[in-house]
Write a protein that binds this ligand. Sequence first.
Ligand code: HEM
Length: 223
Amino acid sequence: MNDIITTACKFVTSSIGRKILVALTGACLLLFLVGHLAGNMTIYGGCAGCGGKSWIDYYAMGLHSMPAWLLWAIRLGLLAVFVIHVLLALVLKYENYNARTHYQKEGTLKATLSSRTMVITGVMILAFLLLHLWQLTLNGDPANCYEHVVLGFQNPVCSAAYIVAICCLFMHVRHGVQSVMQTLGLGTRKVRPLYNIVAVLFALVVCAGFISIPLAVLTGILH
Ligand code: HEM
């Protein structure tokens, strides 16, 4: 037992262990995004605008009809994954920065914009999440989820804030997907040159899906 604990501690305190944990927690958050997007897409089903209920209302009510312990276990699990991801990513960033020579610190030649802005886009996503949880989880009403989302996005400032946040999410996810695949060594050697394309496509599809909702409200498609 002691050996297992010692090995686990060594893993977490080693740089490679931390990198793997950031990748694994990042992969869990990416899965959450896919699930959340699939749930959100139900807003296009049903007919809330013509008197009926939208599928998103049934989806939100379904989520809230789960036993409270299960809902809270999922929420706390997600929060733990998020906190581990953020803290370890910041530690890695700090260690990498300290390990670089003065010359390298002056400018990063090969790094992409997405990779150089991971901390700033991460902070923007965190700020967005606080606003989002306040607006839709703390002050939401599952039975009238459609109405609540549409009313929120009819405010152009609210829609603009979401669109900016989702653009940050695009940059973060674009680099994140590539990084997860590289760290976990996914796929064969032949697949590796495709990492970048997979990452861009994944980020594009997910973020276009999220952005489509405020855009559909602003253009009157959802009303
Ligand atoms: C247009 C885009 C989005 C819409 C319309 C939307 C909609 C919603 C709604 C309606 C809920 C409340 C669900 C409920 O408890 O009834 C929710 C919760 C949540 N959303 Fe979003 N969302 C969007 C984008 C995002 C993004 C980009 C993220 C992550 C970066 C995110 C993360 C979350 C989280 C963590 C929760 C809390 C889940 C819980 O209550 O346990 N959402 N969202």
